[in-house]
Each structure stands twice: as C-alpha cells, then as structure tokens.
Design a protein around this ligand. Sequence first.
Ligand SMILES: NC(=O)c1ccc[n+]([C@@H]2O[C@H](COP(=O)([O-])OP(=O)(O)OC[C@H]3O[C@@H](n4cnc5c(N)ncnc54)[C@H](OP(=O)(O)O)[C@@H]3O)[C@@H](O)[C@H]2O)c1
Length: 277
Amino acid sequence: MGGHLFDLSGKTVVVTGGGRGIGRGIVRALARANANIVISGRGAGPLAETAEEVASIGAPAIVVPCDVTRMADLQHLADAALDRFGAIHGWINNAGSASPGDVGPLIGITEQQWDAVVDLNLKWTFFACQIAAKAMTDGGSIVNVTSRSASQPNPMTGQYGAAKAGVENLTATMAVEWGHMGIRVNGIAPGVVVTEQRLSEGSMKSESRRQRQIDTVPLRRLGVVDDVGPLAVYLVSDEAQWISGAIVPVNGGSRVPVGYLSYLHHVNERMKAKESA
Ligand SMILES: NC(=O)c1ccc[n+]([C@@H]2O[C@H](COP(=O)([O-])OP(=O)(O)OC[C@H]3O[C@@H](n4cnc5c(N)ncnc54)[C@H](OP(=O)(O)O)[C@@H]3O)[C@@H](O)[C@H]2O)c1
C-alpha cells in the first residue's frame, strides 16, 4: 500500500445503475478516488451525463448499457470491462428499486408484482455477484447496495424488504464461499436517500411526509447520494482488505423506524374510506 488512503488508481470498478440516483453518487466518489470506472445502466441520457461528469473529474471511464435482468447483458458488462481495462477489482451492485406500481399492502400483492420486485432486487443481484466473482480471477471486492428495509418491517413495500434481506443473507454466504478466492463481499444499507426518482414519485413532495422521515433520523436530515459513495470507495479499496461479509448502515443513525405502525394505520384508514366511498 502506498500513496493516499483510498486511492483507487489502476483499479477497475463496475457500477450497475450508475447513471442516476445513488449509483451516480457512487460513480462520482469512485472518480474522485481515480478508479477506472465502468458505468452501466439502461437509460442512455443519464449514463452520458454521468460519463461527462466523470470526464470533468478526470478519471478513466467507459459506458456499457446493461439491463441487469438479462443474463447476456450482465455477461457483456463483465466482458466489456475486461476488454477495456484487463481486470475487474470492484463491482458495485446498485441497480434496484420498487416501482410504486409493484408495491402495496401484502394482502393484495400479485405474483407479477412479487416477481418484478424480488427478481430485480434479489435474483439479479445474485447473478451479477456470480458473474463478477467469475470475472475476478485475481480476487476483488463486491459491494451490494441493500437497504434499511432489509432489517425492519416494511408496510407497503413488504416484498422489497424481503428481497433486500435475502441479499444481505446471500452476501454473508458469498463472503464465506468466496473468501479463499480473495473475493470480499459486503453490503451497504442506506436509510432514506433523496434522489430525483423519489422526488418525482411524490413520496418526498409533501413537507409533512418528509418531516415524518426526518423525525426517524438522529442526525436530523435525510440522506443525499453523496453520503453513500465514499463508503463504496472504502469497501473497494485495499484499506478494507480484511473486511468481508459486513453490512454497513449509512442512515444518519436511524436504527428505530419510528412511525411505521402509525403509517400503516393511516394507510388502512385511507383504504377503508376509499372502499366505503
Ligand atoms: N433512495 C433510497 O432512499 C434508498 C434507500 C435504501 C436503498 N436504496 C437502494 O439503493 C439502490 C439505488 O437506489 P436509488 O434510489 O438511487 O435508485 P432510483 O433513483 O430509484 O433508480 C433506480 C436505479 O436502479 C437502476 N435500475 C433499475 N432497474 C434496472 C435494470 N433492470 N437494469 C439496470 N439498472 C436498473 C436504475 O438505472 P436505469 O433506470 O438508468 O437503468 C437506477 O440507477 C437500489 O438498490 C435501492 O434499492 C435506495
């Protein structure tokens, strides 16, 4: 180890869903650590904007379009990274979400809604890990972005929390199975982070909703995407070379999800009122 702490010069790191939201924040932090970055995602516009930002910081990067729910795309992502940079040292599985149309009270969740959320967040995170591990012929660091939802009840987003809990459990097993290959596997569990997506979905639009969320955070604010990236840099860096199987929370200290029960009561009341109207 030499030079600055957390310097990623010469290390190649793949980021899924790197065009926007937390993924873009991760790419930005990797660029500041001078990693070779492979930015992937589905939306061409956000990917190009992110690549432009990386270029202005001065880190080497390529863009590789990738829908993580397609095995061929994932394999192509690994191959493209190897073609361009020769090795893969870090792989951040950030792609994931629960579209508002796919979540709701568990009593009404359809098989299609279940599959959409659980496949994206659990199944495809796993296969991305597997493809990453096979491509890391000389060891490496895999980082899975999970969620505070993994370790608490999640009224209205139940199968999302279950999928993220599954990712955390698999992270522990992969860390055990792949340790002898020099591959570390860790997770980052963010609390509520304000992204363009969250703002446009409306869940963060109302001031009272926003305040209810802030009330669960000892550090008295919601997260921003740049709160998450530096931890990803650390977990990929050589400074973390004895850290594996860990899930690190990034949540302003909010261990207790105050208010989820009152939120559930509120939703139930609203649904009852709708039914009787
Ligand atoms: N924001 C939060 O409060 C929060 C809290 C805890 C955990 N997280 C987790 O953090 C990660 C990023 O969340 P975010 O809030 O930044 O995301 P977001 O704004 O909701 O956007 C979803 C991200 O996932 C990518 N994605 C979705 N489906 C994909 C697919 N099939 N193939 C490739 N990429 C796909 C999107 O990329 P494209 O659409 O451009 O392809 C985008 O980067 C997710 O795993 C999420 O579960 C978020």
